[in-house]
Write a protein that binds this ligand. Structure first.
Ligand SMILES: Cc1cc2nc3c(=O)[nH]c(=O)nc-3n(C[C@H](O)[C@H](O)[C@H](O)COP(=O)(O)OP(=O)(O)OC[C@H]3O[C@@H](n4cnc5c(N)ncnc54)[C@H](O)[C@@H]3O)c2cc1C
Length: 388
């Protein structure tokens, strides 16, 4: 038995490369995209060229042959500077490409993965609907088989779907009810819908509190027909599939939340040294030092939590509880760190031109997306053997 907190040489190199990219390329430009609520195509293209969208996928499908730890490291370093680009990567990999990789046929993988891995194309995952989010088993979207043509005919609405309406979005995997079990329970399946399919409409962007340089849309499907072979995995396995996808995705969101929490430390340290009040830097006050020490403690602990869950996933061990713990803890401390960092910045912290204002706005969604904090607590309690 051995224990080692250090990253491998390759992982450390990746982490350092992404940190440099975030500092030199993302940081100088992202504020403007955020303010104008524009999708940062040029930054995303560059992330594609670096191979970030292919990080955890095998080279035979155009990936980098890395693992989930590598993805987490990249997400943490990006989110340390900006969460919009980080969530674009997270959703592109965990929600867009991963379902195709995990559950797709060889042909589906060869059709979609090379473009998704290169970042030329973004994929999305449409689970949430206007009337059901946490209770995603309550999906109302339907897909019926046209007996004459074999096609799936999809009807329904999905909401809050990340990466679903950019100029480079190529597919959305949607969950839909494809039948009923003998006891009357809905059979949910996942189906790939290519962008531009007739009957599939993408509405205009939402006006959001945060993640303003990322793409989030409502989608509607009216008699939208896709070929029989667009079914992803077995019919009726959609519920199990998205549970697996969300378990993994929670590790990624946790890494992203850790990055935001650490970014709050970076910005607060810088500001506490610069800003003077009562004739000395505000950082000379123990009250400020203690705030920053606590912020660092929380970011460090969150990092240990997501890396532990990622390590279990990479080694093929059970990771459901650890992923939920990591997601719950890191998202809640990201909100706390963002609040404290804003406080340290005083009135300037309320001004959008300061990165901490963006971090404050971007932090709240972390307690909601890919399973709310309440849902994480339900999962943890269930894993502890408590009655559902
Ligand atoms: C910016 C953004 C991007 C998103 N991207 C995607 C995406 O790409 N794909 C996708 O499918 N979805 C996406 N979502 C949707 C997101 O995953 C859902 O919003 C989230 O799962 C919560 O669902 P809901 O909004 O329907 O809230 P609800 O499920 O209606 O929950 C409302 C509140 O009730 C609480 N609650 C519900 N049930 C219980 C219970 N049993 N016990 C205690 N409390 C409970 C919840 O925790 C929450 O606080 C995104 C959302 C946002 C805002």
């Amino acid at each position: 038995m051995s224990i080692d907190h250090r990253l491998s040489g390759e992982h450390e190199e990746l982490r350092a490369t992404v940190a440099e990219f975030a500092r030199d390329v993302v940081a100088p430009k992202i504020g403007q995209f955020y303010e104008q609520e524009e999708f940062p195509y040029e930054i995303v293209r560059e992330m594609g060229r670096m191979g970030l969208f292919g990080l955890p996928f095998p080279e035979e499908y155009g990936g980098m042959g890395g693992d989930y730890l590598a993805l987490g490291l990249a997400l943490e370093e990006l989110a340390r500077v900006d969460s919009s680009v980080a969530i674009t990567l997270e959703a592109g990999v965990s929600l867009g490409a991963m379902p195709v990789f995990r559950f797709g046929t060889e042909e589906q993988k060869r059709t979609w993965l090379p473009k998704l891995c290169s970042g030329e194309m973004l994929g999305a995952f449409g689970l949430t609907e206007p009337d059901c989010g946490s209770d995603a088993g309550g999906t109302r979207t339907t897909a019926r088989r046209d007996e004459a043509t074999g096609e799936w005919v999809i009807n329904g609405t999905k909401c809050f779907i990340t990466n679903s309406g950019t100029d480079i979005t190529g597919l959305v995997t949607v969950t839909a009810v494809t039948g009923r079990s003998p006891e009357g329970r809905p059979r949910i399946s996942s189906i790939i819908v290519p962008s531009g399919t007739p009957g599939f409409t993408v509405s205009k962007k939402y006006s959001k509190v945060g993640w303003n340089a990322s793409d989030t849309r409502e989608l509607s499907f009216i008699d939208c027909r896709v070929p029989a072979e667009n079914l992803l995995g077995e019919e009726g396995r959609g519920y199990a599939q998205f549970l697996r996808i969300l378990d993994e995705g929670r590790i990624a969101i946790s890494a992203l939340a850790t990055g935001l929490a650490q970014g709050c430390v970076d910005e607060s340290l810088r500001y506490a040294k610069e800003r003077e009040a009562f004739g000395r830097s505000i950082g000379a006050n123990q009250a400020i030092q203690f705030k920053i020490a606590d912020m660092e403690m929380r970011a460090h602990t969150a990092r240990l939590a997501w890396r532990d869950a990622a390590s279990r996933l990479v080694h093929g061990e059970p990771f459901k509880k650890e992923a939920a713990l990591a997601k719950l803890y890191s998202s809640e401390i990201a909100v706390t760190n963002a609040r404290e960092a804003t406080q340290i910045h005083g009135g300037y912290g309320f001004m959008n031109e300061y990165p901490v204002a963006r971090m404050w706005r971007d932090s709240k969604i972390l307690e909601i997306g890919e399973g709310t904090s309440e849902v994480q607590r339900m999962l943890i309690a269930r894993e502890l053997g408590m009655e559902a």
